[in-house]
Design a protein around this ligand. Sequence first.
Ligand SMILES: [Zn+2]
Ligand SMILES: [Zn+2]
Length: 329
Amino acid sequence: MKRSLLLIMDMVSGHAQDGIRVPATGLCAPNVDGYVQAGLLPTFRELRDQGVFVRSWNRGTCNTPHGMRYLASGSYRAKASPKVDPYWGFDEIAPIPTILSACKKSHPAGKVAAFGSDAWMQTGWWKAPDCTMGWGSYYSDFITMQHAFSWMLANPEWKMVLLYLAQYDKTGNCPVFKDGAAYTQDKHHSIQMLDRYLWSVMHFLREKEWWRDTYLFVGSDHGCHVTCSVAVEEGRKRGIAEKDLANYCSNHQDPYDCYVWDFEKNRATARRADDCRRTLFMVGGGALPDRHRGTVVPEAEIIDFAPTVAHCLDIELATDGKPVLAGGT
Ligand SMILES: [Zn+2]
Ligand SMILES: [Zn+2]
């Protein structure tokens, strides 16, 4: 039986504009592609080498309520309206199916469960047919993971598990690099912690001998502003010293279309940064056919995540995206 584990890491940038260096690290802004190339993310490197790396974009609204919905449904059909809460911004919660509900419909015998922040463990997002566990917004990633593992051990016939790690989303309005920073106190150390969490997931699947039958999908909802026009503007508003602006990451607020900042000339360049839109999307696991291993999909969108899962697991789901793995599974 083929299964899938969907690992969603909030706010993780999958890739970055080429040629940008953060003075505090001498590296690119923290993102999976760049940090893998810098040798800092050994587990992401392994997943990349034996899987598919997708340069993915969020072309819609880059906040979490929308991003999670795009991931779950494979559709941008979540209309914003000025009349409702500007953050949630939905004029209706259309009852469109998600990859979790569709999995149950296509494979009724397989159990589907979700673990993460209560806010997104709702209908239309990550509510799962057989088991849904949600906690406060920034509940421990580590403990969330343990709950998922416990449930999988108790339900060895699991078909799909959604594991959502929230805490990296706290790395907004923080330095890119801070000496000896703990998880969520800066970006540089925090993204390396996510590499260890990814290791835990992969190690668990291997130890329980589920790896061979499992597709592992890793995704994110949005990135964040750093070394761009919006990060500088927001940093100044918040009183960040000029000398520290190149080491400052703001958040993922609009506008999401932003420009690379030239810190020497102290002005925006004409080059788009669009760092909030650069989402993470990787496919790996033992179930992935060999011909896909070590491949890169140069451009795709966040709404291609759900159809790719559907394609690999033989799930019927109508979406506005397309599977990124060409030529079948
Ligand atoms: Zn988010
Ligand atoms: Zn930006």
